[in-house]
Design a protein around this ligand. Structure first.
Ligand SMILES: Cc1ncc(COP(=O)(O)O)c(C=O)c1O
Length: 388
């Protein structure tokens, strides 16, 4: 007899991007050169000063568990980063170091959600969010968003989807998959709405340092009742080190600590020592140069995609994604992504991963490849669409 599987698993979807990667590996095994524009991680190596700090720490520091809240030295360094970069004073006591922002999200939802509680999320949005909510028996309430709100969940849209079971509103700025941002005023409006309703606003700022226009504001400055999530994964190119952080209201620190002790004991000790080098001037110079390189790619890719028939109604100003409308090229992006992979050897992620609102009309294209590779991808796409 089959052993029982938890009912929630029926609601946990596979990551479509992983399926595309599996298919890409098959195409590569047939001897083809695949251009990978599906992956949500930078193609840069972790900055050398960070690697050197890790090596030194392995030789000289005890690799025991740290406090569940993280090394105080690192929490203080993150607090200084907020002061230096954004001019915001946030006490290190409100900063919790986590195993990537994934663990940060798991902790934030864990201390606030009961079964049946609802969380407002934008559709499209990062797929794991709705699964984190479901893991606690919560209900992700997906709010369709489009080009008119720059693919962001704003306060007026949140109001339209409100009901008595809503306990949290979550946004990401810049967003995955759209790369679009919320303005400081829009975040303030969301925070005001959350206060009015007595619920919590959670802002995912994992791509926050990767913006290409005006200097962004952080939601940390909106008020100490807002939860902010961030990570060393993207800007500091440390995806595999598994390190992120939360900024939490003072009243939640103890509960987050208790849950973190039980779920994770502590974040990775070697990764925390390495991350202390992230805020050194030499590391910041490296990651800032890479941010400028990502901007060059973005400036090339957006008009180039438009030239082969994709529509990009809102130019992304952050992260490393373009959420392109493929509806003029094919009716179903899921099928189109597979055909492009098999015939043009380019991997891109169909909209299906990111929600239910018009996924078949969209593709996420990640500019995590050098400009020369993006140029080659555009040549192949022009030939592919020219021949169809
Ligand atoms: C919007 C967003 N939030 C959170 C994460 C999780 O990242 P990590 O756990 O590596 O910090 C990702 C990863 O791609 C993401 O795109």
């Amino acid at each position: 007899m089959d052993q029982k599987l938890a009912a929630r698993m029926a609601q946990i979807d596979a990551f479509e991007v992983m399926e595309i990667q599996t298919l890409a590996r098959e195409v590569e095994a047939q001897g083809h050169d695949v251009i990978h524009l599906e992956i949500g991680e930078p193609d840069f190596r972790t900055p050398q000063p960070v690697i050197d700090a890790a090596t030194r720490a392995l030789q000289s520091k005890p690799m025991n568990y740290t406090s569940a809240l993280g090394l105080m030295e690192l929490r203080e360094a993150i607090a200084r980063f907020y002061r230096d970069r954004y001019g915001v004073d946030v006490p290190a006591a409100r900063i919790v170091v986590t195993a990537g922002s994934s663990a940060a999200l798991l902790l934030a939802f864990g201390v606030l959600l009961d079964a049946g509680d609802e969380v407002l999320l934008s559709d499209p949005s990062y797929p794991c969010n709705r699964h984190f909510v479901r893991a606690y028996g919560g209900v992700p309430r997906l709010c369709p968003v489009g080009a008119d709100s720059r693919y962001q969940l704003t306060a007026p849209i949140a109001r339209r989807h409100w009901n008595d079971r809503v306990r949290m509103v979550m946004v990401a700025t810049p967003s995955n998959p759209t790369g679009t941002t919320l303005t400081a005023a829009e975040i303030a409006d969301l925070a005001a709405l959350a206060r009015e309703k007595g619920v919590t606003l959670l802002v995912d700022e994992i791509y926050h340092e990767l913006t290409y226009g005006a200097k962004p504001h952080t939601a940390v400055e909106v008020g100490e009742d807002v939860i902010v999530v961030n990570s060393f994964s993207k800007y500091f190119q440390m995806t595999g080190w598994r390190l992120g952080w939360l900024v939490v209201p003072p009243r939640l620190v103890r509960d987050v600590e208790k849950l973190a002790q039980n779920l994770f004991i502590s974040p990775s000790t070697v990764a925390q020592h390495a991350a202390l080098a992230c805020f050194a001037p030499e590391t910041l110079a490296i990651v800032e140069a890479r941010r400028r390189e990502l901007d060059e790619r973005r400036k090339f890719l957006v008009p180039a995609l438009q030239s082969v028939g994709f529509k990009v109604p809102v130019v992304p100003e952050g992260a490393f994604y373009v959420y392109a409308d493929s509806s003029a090229l094919a009716p179903d992006s899921f099928d189109l992504a597979r055909r492009i992979l098999r015939e043009a050897h380019i991997a891109m992620t169909p909209g299906k991963d990111f929600g239910h609102h018009e996924p078949e009309r969209h593709m996420r294209i990640a500019y995590t490849q050098p400009v020369a590779r993006l140029q080659e991808a555009i040549r192949r796409l022009a030939a592919f669409f020219g021949g169809h």
